[in-house]
Design a protein around this ligand. Structure first.
Ligand SMILES: Cc1ncc(COP(=O)(O)O)c(C=O)c1O
Length: 350
């Protein structure tokens, strides 16, 4: 094994998916599995492609290009004007909020002899993407409805992502109001109401997700077995599908506080240390170029002290551990994302 390595337990991932999907099926909600955190890794994607009744969603076109099976591919990030053809060719459906972009999709899709489906995004107050919910323009909706090559599948929203807005019944009322006005304007039902991400999973599991919401886009709940409105673990799900293993390259007893005048660390931050006496400090061959130490949780009762670009420093206390040994870490969502993106980290499937 080449270190550092991220271990991906496909059985645990499958288990998490089965548990989640049973809840989704029980409430008639469709799930798009978000593949961006693991860069649409081909081994994981091929496992997902064997599972019926889910869609796959990613924010990057280059990731969507790697998804070649028959599952629906959804582009999560709003399309770039400079990439319209790729959007049409790599995704079946995309999330949109700008009429100018939708016009371009319609015209380019005509030239490419394709049809493209869209979900119109509304910002219910989280203040990231979407038409602000108070600014619905029904003329724009009618214009989209009359486009030849674009089909308005439905509307969607993203919550608890930038502003931390939690999905509540009150927030969902805003989406329901939009759905009703749009349906009257176009004289038909919208087939997809995409009500958010892992921050809505706790409502779904309690049977409190409003019935008009029939689709969610799910990343973190699946990978880490937790909902993201309050960060609570989900029952009977694994939080260690992805773990990091890194090797100790130095292990020495040293003071906990630098001796002498201190200035900035390698990242330009002013350093501050409290004097906790001598400690057994292990240096591991992984660093911020791969992952930030704040995204790691030691599996053993060790203490992560800090990191520089190539080194991670861990207080190994009185453990009988030394150079050549490895330490394993659980990961945050951000940790998985950066480790899966780092070319210096081996990906191992167990
Ligand atoms: C538009 C959109 N939908 C859904 C998700 C998935 O969010 P989560 O990982 O909280 O389920 C993301 C982020 O990855 C996103 O950007």
């Amino acid at each position: 094994m080449r270190m550092p390595a991220i271990r991906i337990d496909l059985e645990k991932l499958r288990h998490n998916l089965d548990v989640l999907k049973a809840h989704f099926d029980a409430h008639d909600v469709h799930m798009s599995v978000v593949t961006k955190c693991f860069c649409a890794d081909p081994t994981i994607v091929s496992m997902l492609e064997r599972i019926e009744g889910i869609g796959l969603a990613d924010s990057r076109i280059s990731n969507l290009e790697r998804i070649t099976g028959k599952h629906e591919r959804m582009l999560l990030r709003l399309p770039q004007q400079s990439q319209i053809d790729s959007v049409i060719l790599t995704s079946d459906v995309s999330l949109n909020s700008e009429i100018e972009i939708i016009r371009s999709i319609d015209s380019r899709a005509g030239i490419l002899k394709k049809k493209h489906r869209i979900i119109l995004m509304f910002d219910l107050g989280d203040l990231r993407e979407g038409i602000y919910y108070e600014n619905l323009d029904l003329d724009e909706i009618r214009e989209i409805e009359h486009m030849e090559n674009v089909h308005l599948d439905g509307i969607g929203t993203n919550l608890t992502c930038y502003g931390g807005l939690i999905p509540t019944q009150e927030v969902y009322q805003r989406l329901k109001g939009l759905k009703e006005k749009i349906e009257v304007a176009i004289g038909r039902h919208l087939s997809v109401i995409s009500g958010g991400n892992s921050s809505s999973v706790h409502l779904l599991m309690k049977g409190e997700l409003p019935a008009f919401v029939n689709h969610l886009r799910i990343g973190e709940a699946l990978l880490l077995g937790r909902e993201t409105a309050y960060g609570k673990p989900l029952e009977n799900m694994h939080d260690d599908v992805f773990t990091l293993e890194a090797e100790i390259i130095e292990c020495k007893r040293k003071p906990s506080k630098p001796k002498g005048e201190t200035g900035m660390d390698a990242f330009g931050n002013k350093t501050e240390f409290s004097d906790r006496g001598m400690m057994n400090r292990a240096i591991l061959a992984v660093g911020r170029q791969d992952v930030s130490h704040v995204d790691l949780m030691c599996e053993k009762d060790f203490e992560i002290i800090g990191s520089s670009s190539d080194h991670l420093i861990v207080n190994v206390k009185d453990a009988k551990i030394g150079i050549g040994d490895t330490i394993r870490f659980k990961l945050t969502y951000g940790g998985i994302l950066s480790l899966m993106t780092s070319p210096y980290v081996e990906k191992i499937y167990v």
